[in-house]
Design a protein around this ligand. Structure first.
Ligand code: ADP
Ligand code: MG
Length: 348
């Protein structure tokens, strides 16, 4: 597929390593005060005043974390940045810089890397982030991308997984299960395409879910909202592996039990209909789907009035004594123990 998309192919070897770096990064300008020196020297120079510095990094491997047969490189670049920003937002921090390291095989022409960097550039623009460095090397086969995000927060504002107390409310932003539903559609279309390359799929009734999979956003808007409502969550995490798995992280770090209600789980109508089509339980998609990059946090009950009925936020349950375990309470009042079935790189 890469070949088809790039009729005019420029081998990356024709630019050399330094020419390639220069070509891919010259249009990136520094916009944040904390970015003193960016790409082009042996190290970037940053200066964060009166704040604590936060660092988060992610590694993405072709064939393990992404499939280029249906993920456009521009989307991949965008998503690779966003997933890192999401980790910083989950600490209640403001991201400001990234470094991008790539390993590429000569199967990728320059035009493919330009697309990847267009996506990276768009994410930088949308989230006001500076690209300040990285590394470039060759790979014998697939594409590998590692992004590190840096940001800052005042000491009092940093929110960890630890800190939730009994009776705190459990809140989630946006809706859940969409990225998983989108992935099911993309995998199905890939299988259809293999059998019949001329098929023209009609994906118009799946656009929301496919968008959630291919072009997720990090919830900086939710952090802005919490700031404007003067709410500091007691604990917070972003939902990358699925709600269940993240709740268990909060439970373990905070030493509380998490009780959530099935009927409160926010699920988009399109996701419900995809689950129906695939004969898949939508609650399972919301609990275990992953890659939604929503924020999951706990707040003191006194803050309830500030968030109630807000369209971005849903209270899905509360924290209880750890001894009572982590539970999903179904519409029929059954209690089901929450288990982590999230993405595990080391599972068979
Ligand atoms: P070194 O040999 O010291 O590792 P490089 O030649 O790899 O230096 O990098 C030169 C400059 O280009 C550095 O500022 C580095 O951070 C930046 N850089 C290298 N690769 C990338 C990349 N893929 N994306 C953005 N910046 C990069
Ligand atoms: Mg280097």
């Amino acid at each position: 597929m890469l070949e088809d998309k790039h009729p005019s192919k420029t081998p990356i070897s024709s630019l050399g390593e330094f020419g390639l770096i220069e070509h891919l990064t010259h249009s990136f300008k520094l916009n944040n005060k904390s970015s003193l020196l960016g790409v082009g020297d042996d190290a970037a120079v940053l200066e964060f005043k009166n704040t604590q510095t936060l660092v988060s990094t992610d590694l993405l491997i072709e064939g393990v974390h992404f499939d280029l047969s249906y993920v456009p490189l521009k989307h991949l670049g965008y998503k690779a940045v966003v997933v890192n920003l999401s980790d910083l937002f989950a600490m209640h921090a403001t991201p400001s810089q990234i470094t991008v390291s790539i390993a590429v095989s000569n199967r990728f022409p320059l035009e493919a890397l330009e697309e990847l960097y267009q996506g990276i550039g768009l994410a930088c623009k949308n989230y006001n982030i500076d690209l300040v460095g990285g590394d470039t090397t060759s790979s014998t086969q697939g594409l590998i991308i590692s992004i590190t995000a840096l940001g800052s927060a005042s000491k009092e504002k940093i929110v960890r997984r630890k800190g939730a107390k009994e009776n705190d409310l459990i809140v989630v932003s946006g809706d859940l299960g969409g990225a998983y539903a989108g992935l099911q559609i993309l995998e199905r279309e890939k299988a259809v395409f293999k059998v019949n390359p001329n098929s023209q799929p009609d994906l118009s009734s799946y656009t929301y879910s496919i968008g959630r999979q291919l072009k997720p956003e990090a919830r900086g808007d939710v952090i802005d909202l919490l700031n404007s409502l003067e709410i500091v969550p007691t604990a917070m995490i972003d939902i990358s592996d699925g709600l269940s798995s993240e709740l268990l992280h909060i439970s373990k770090a905070s030493q509380v039990g998490c009780h959530i209600y099935e009927e409160k789980l926010p699920i988009d109508p399109e996701v419900l209909s995809i689950c129906e089509e695939f004969k898949f339980n939508s609650t399972t998609a919301a609990l275990n789907g992953g890659e939604d990059y929503e924020l999951l946090f706990t707040i003191d009950q006194k803050d309830y009035e500030k968030i109630k009925n807000h369209p971005l936020l849903t209270v899905i349950g509360h924290c209880a004594d750890l001894k009572r375990g982590n539970q999903l309470i179904t519409g029929l009042g059954q209690q089901i123990a929450l288990e982590a079935q999230g993405w595990n790189s080391f599972a068979e």
